[in-house]
Design a protein around this ligand. Sequence first.
Ligand code: FPP
Length: 245
Amino acid sequence: MPIDPAVLPRHVAIIMDGNGRWAQDRGLPRIEGHRRGANAVSEVVRSARQIGVKALTLYAFSLQNWLRPPDEVTMLMRLLREYIIGERAEIVDNGIRLVTIGDLGRLPGLVRESLDDLVRDSAGNQAMTLCLALSYGGRESIVATTRALCEAVKQGTLSPGDITEESFQSAMQTAGLPQLDLLIRTSGEVRLSNFLLWESAYTELYFTDTRWPEFGRDEFMRALESYRGRERRFGRTREQLRRLG
Ligand code: FPP
């Protein structure tokens, strides 16, 4: 049954955790977990698009992930490139706009090239935005924005008094995305791990024990169902919300 758009989160973010443990539980190399994880990405992107979610942000590679063994980093970069090339038609033909957040300058040239191509070629799409967080850190992105605003003040193009919550948000890499409604984390850990720290101030959180490679459409629907039952008060009382309708 389709979910009423009024209770559908517009922007969902996912911390896709548990690839390594999924593989290790089966006596497989960790990279096999990442490979299966990439399949889960395809399924969840397709589902989100079909259901009518307007933006989906995926934590595909954190700044801290650069510290993993070099072989694993190389394989993750290869998988990412394969995903971008393999899913190109699916993304372009289904009206999905690809964007990225993070320090992309650190990605290998071949990955950047394929990303830049798809970002450019999907820029006019409007059905859903798929945002890949790559070489991303939440604290680092707040620091980068602060630095850019300080530069503008130094140049005389911005006055400190004009720095507000709204103007700060407008200077963040996530400026073009809707407010973050729902954040999902798989595989049993209950923490944010430096993901979307600024953006998640009023976000509903959903944690599941399911490992990311086994997270598919059904589990995604369960997360949306859970969101539907939440009462979002944004600091107000229940009575105030009722009066506001
Ligand atoms: C966390 O699992 C997952 C990652 C660090 C990378 C996520 C990558 C993918 C889902 C595949 C490639 C991405 C795309 C967009 C195609 P983990 O290795 O930390 O799991 P563990 O905690 O069980 O070790």
